[in-house]
Design a protein around this ligand. Structure first.
Ligand code: SF4
Length: 348
């Protein structure tokens, strides 16, 4: 079992590092290990619209409080958008461009490193923990393509990797660092205990790009809307509602609950909005350039999800750009097989 050195034994006087923090245990441990070796640590969190959440922000704020380090925050949503659309290293099992995403984060960390007069960057990456971005070649590619080169230290797996500048320069020794690989978290939990870290989130969690349903929806939008026409809103809306591709150019969103209806309403601009007038039911949005026939088909889908009696038309308000008209729409039968065929995540 490895012992962690005390601060008095370190040879890191005046050395500063930038720690990329994700809100998970690994990145917090990496920062704690390096701080314990006597190196001054500045936390950095990189936000993207795909992982933004108040929980994540609160976890990172709590981590830096516990670590007693300052935090810098960057929002790289626009840059990340381009990475998602055009990843040089491709996607993982869903639409997660993890290698390019890591490179983007590390480039940001390099900029902050230079601004802060720091010597190197640390991450909580663990060799072999993630199939796409943390195998040996991916780690090497990220180090080189980010421009960090050997100014990058992965404290949890450093002893399985070639020495980088912090070890070569003697700012930290191999005795401070670890040889963790793979997906088990036993060793991290042991180190956390050793460092007195008791309250933590095992993983940062929550990147929607790794979700298979979201992935199917995004691929559908790439094909039918086109990458060049897609801004952040076109990515965000894919999280909400049931989604039906009823033709090459037309897509229908149907809210699943009151909260989704409220969220979808924020995306109504430049889309048709359909709402029930006399019975409870969801907000439905129609995207694309629908023909009258397609609009009425969307209204029938909307009516299907309203409180209705079979065979009885539902009164719906249909609006676009401030113009509203009323339509009476016969709900599609609940077991209409086209509903399943149009559902984007189950289409073949
Ligand atoms: S899981 Fe998401 S945020 Fe994490 S590296 Fe992959 S694309 Fe980036």
């Amino acid at each position: 079992m490895k012992n962690i050195r005390t601060e008095s034994e370190t040879s890191a006087e005046g050395v500063r590092t930038i720690a990329l923090l994700s809100g998970g245990l690994d990145s917090m441990l990496a920062a704690a290990i390096v701080k314990r070796a006597g190196i001054e640590v500045i936390g950095l969190t990189v936000g993207f619209f795909v992982n933004a959440s108040s929980e994540r922000e609160a976890r990172i704020a709590s981590d830096v409080r516990k670590l007693g380090i300052p935090l810098r925050t960057l929002d790289l949503s626009e840059e990340h958008l381009e990475v998602i659309k055009f990843p040089e290293h491709g996607y993982g099992t869903a639409v997660n461009p993890c290698i390019d995403c890591r490179i983007l984060m590390l480039k940001a960390a390099l900029r902050v490193m230079e601004e802060e007069g720091a010597e190197f960057v640390i991450t909580g990456e663990v060799l072999g923990q993630r199939p796409m971005s943390q195998h040996r070649r991916a780690l090497d590619v990220a180090a080189v393509e980010s421009g960090l080169g050997d100014r990058l230290l992965r404290p949890l797996s450093a002893n399985l990797l070639p020495d980088t500048l912090p070890v070569v320069e003697g700012w930290i020794s191999r005795g401070d660092l670890f040889s963790i690989s793979g997906r088990s978290r036993q060793e991290q939990i042991r180190i956390a205990r050793e460092l007195g870290i008791t309250d933590y989130q095992q993983s940062a969690g929550g990147c929607i790009l790794t979700d298979k349903v979201y992935g199917a929806r995004l691929r559908d939008s790439f094909k039918h809307v086109g990458k060049d026409a897609m801004g952040i809103d076109e990515f965000l809306i894919l999280r909400y509602g049931r989604q039906f591709r009823i033709s090459e150019r037309v897509k229908v969103f149907v809210g699943r609950n009151a909260r989704e209806n409220e969220t979808l309403a924020k995306f109504a601009r430049e889309r048709y909005a359909i709402e029930p007038l006399s019975v409870p039911g969801p907000l439905t949005l129609v995207e694309g350039d629908p023909s009258e026939e397609e609009l009425f088909l969307a209204a029938r889908i909307a009516a299907r999800y309203c409180d209705h009696k079979d065979g009885v038309p539902v009164a719906l308000g249909m609006s676009q750009s401030g113009d509203t008209r009323t339509v009476e729409s016969l709900p599609l039968p609940t077991d209409d097989p086209r509903l399943a065929a149009w559902r984007i995540e189950t289409r073949r």
